[in-house]
Design a protein around this ligand. Sequence first.
Ligand code: PAF
Length: 284
Amino acid sequence: MSSHALKLRREGVRVGLVPTMGCLHEGHLSLLRLLDGRCDRKAASIFVNPIQFGEGEDLDKYPRDEAHDLELLAENGCNLVFIPDVQEMYPEDFQTYIEVEKLSKPLCGQFRPGHFRGVATVVNRLFNLTGCSVAAFGLKDYQQARVVERMVEDLNLPVELVFGETVRESDGLAMSSRNAYLSAEERELAVRIPTALEWARRQGENGVDDCGLIRDGMLTILNPLLKIKVQYLSAVDPMTLEPRSEVGGSVQILLAAFIGRTRLIDNIRIGPGSGTKPIKGVSV
Ligand code: PAF
């Protein structure tokens, strides 16, 4: 990969990258489309990165379907796919990690210690190995997007970042490879997540400013039967991810919740200045 990347660079060919962990869906494909016109070759990486999974998480059962992924990538104009193995990415003596200190701590970072260190480290390596000039990330992983952005800024990485809106199923559930874990009953419950987010969006639009009130209303939608276990539900500054008690112009609401054993995350920007469109397919 590195020698091919070097050759492309020498020829003045700009590579655009969508880093993925495979099991691709429309969300990933929309990121590939986002690269249109921003690079000369579109690349995707498929690598289930062990160092971003904690103990007891789903590394071993993370869904994989390489053959289907390759078909989807070919059909969607991807020119290059990088599928390293764990030994290549982390040889025995590997010992250099990247930590984006402040942004990695709250929200998911609080419950998945080391997760963003793993993400930042692998993303940095994928950038170096593919020599990409531009890379696309989805805003469903909102905290990840902010962490990667900070790393690029702090380390002066020569990579332009583009961020894609969350792609949702017809009933509003955010697309995620992990949705495949949900049983039919759990899948029905999962719709409460976008319902709560859309409800929050409307509160913001109507001028409700108290994040505490919005949070309480969302919790009422999320878990009346206590079948959805909310791990966190926070209103934060969209850039610094610091907690906010008032919506002001706009605030980012992020949540992680377990439905059965499946952990889902989602988020939305709300407030009179947010410009966020309604989530389609959700009835509040
Ligand atoms: O969002 C993901 O799929 C992963 O966190 C990423 C960015 C590919 C790093 O492993």
